[in-house]
Write a protein that binds this ligand. Structure first.
Ligand SMILES: NC(=O)c1ccc[n+]([C@@H]2O[C@H](COP(=O)([O-])OP(=O)(O)OC[C@H]3O[C@@H](n4cnc5c(N)ncnc54)[C@H](O)[C@@H]3O)[C@@H](O)[C@H]2O)c1
Length: 308
């Protein structure tokens, strides 16, 4: 039996109590990074389940287009332009959701960017701030603004999008670091909610490769950041986009990820992985920790970094 509020039995000590399904008609989902990729796939699937969907994204034209697409298929949608790295904008998002639909049952902190992949000491401060601002602070702002609303519901759930890079050995510059933090945040939130006896479940989505626009995350790089500092960095960024696009073409469709998420939440899964091809690297990390070994690189040094 499951320990999530989605389909769970009455509370044992540290498990969430039983309650009606979070993913069902009339419930309200908020999805960040909803204009594209995984966020759009989730929004489409939730709308198809009869949920009312608040789609949030920093990219206004893409958001309008995607929200129209979901609404065109009969979805009840509210689009809110939101930069998740700005706490005031996430607060406004929460207010708009309540104003429109009266509450929130499912929060998907999904917006994310890739950023630079160079050696850590070469990454400029502004790039750290951008990647951690969106990928980590965006989730923190989501938790701070929405948890009070979720706690008021008969049942609710938080889905944070981390990455397979958030569970195996840290790699890929600030990105992997931000994703490890999102995994740890989700685990902490789970414990906090269980301790509080709350009817709010948590899952952390750790995708492998997915066919999205993630390879061109730089389109959302804040205008105030100075241009990448040297041509080597620019060349590396271009190379990683190419590598990403090539590898992500082998990945899942966002709709397949959305199916995995819905099944995962319904089954009460906490960690939701989308592929098994990195299981060995995940298990190896645990063994390295207890043995005190240095981390083995989760992908070859010479080959391209896989998306995730
Ligand atoms: N695509 C993959 O292979 C893959 C694998 C593992 C994890 N992920 C994670 O999935 C999530 C979604 O990425 P995706 O692959 O769908 O990429 P995507 O680029 O297609 O979608 C990301 C969305 O986030 C939005 N966004 C960027 N900065 C934002 C901000 N400051 N505020 C609000 N929205 C913002 C973008 O405009 C975009 O619509 C990310 O967190 C990413 O790290 C992706």
């Amino acid at each position: 039996m499951s320990s999530s509020p989605e389909a769970s039995p009455p509370a044992a000590d540290d498990s969430a109590p039983s309650a009606p399904a979070v993913i069902s008609s009339g419930r309200v989902a908020v999805v960040t990074g909803a204009a594209s990729g995984i966020g759009l796939g989730l929004s489409q699937r939730f709308a198809a389940e009869g949920m009312r969907v608040v789609m949030a994204d920093v990219e206004e034209p893409a958001l309008r287009h995607s929200a129209d697409e979901v609404a065109g298929k009969g979805g009840e949608v509210l689009a809110v332009v939101t930069d998740v790295s700005t706490p005031g904008q996430v607060e406004v998002l929460a207010h708009r959701a309540v104003q429109a639909f009266g509450g929130v049952h499912l929060l998907c902190n999904n917006a994310g960017v890739g950023g630079p992949h160079g050696p850590l000491w070469t990454v400029p401060e502004g790039e750290w701030e951008w990647v951690l601002g969106v990928n980590l602070w965006g989730v923190i702002h989501g938790v701070r603004s929405f948890l009070p609303l979720l706690l008021e519901q008969d049942v609710a759930h938080v889905l944070n999008t981390s990455s397979i890079f958030g569970v195996f050995a840290g790699a890929l510059g600030p990105y992997g670091i931000s994703k490890h933090a999102v995994t740890a945040l989700s685990e902490t939130l789970y414990f906090d909610l269980r301790e509080a006896g709350a009817r709010v479940g948590v899952s952390v989505l750790c995708p492998g490769a997915v066919k999205t626009n993630f390879g061109s995350s730089a389109r959302n790089r804040p205008a105030h950041l100075p241009p990448p500092p040297d041509t080597r960095a620019a060349a590396r960024a271009a190379a990683s986009k190419e590598q990403f696009d090539r590898l992500s073409a082998l990945g899942l469709e966002p709709s397949q990820v959305a199916d995995i998420v819905v099944d995962g939440i319904r089954a009460g899964r906490f960690y939701i992985l989308t592929s098994t091809n990195r299981n060995e690297a995940v298990l190896r990390r645990g063994e390295e920790v207890v043995r005190g070994d240095p981390p083995a690189r989760p992908f070859p040094f010479s080959g391209p970094a896989p998306p995730g």
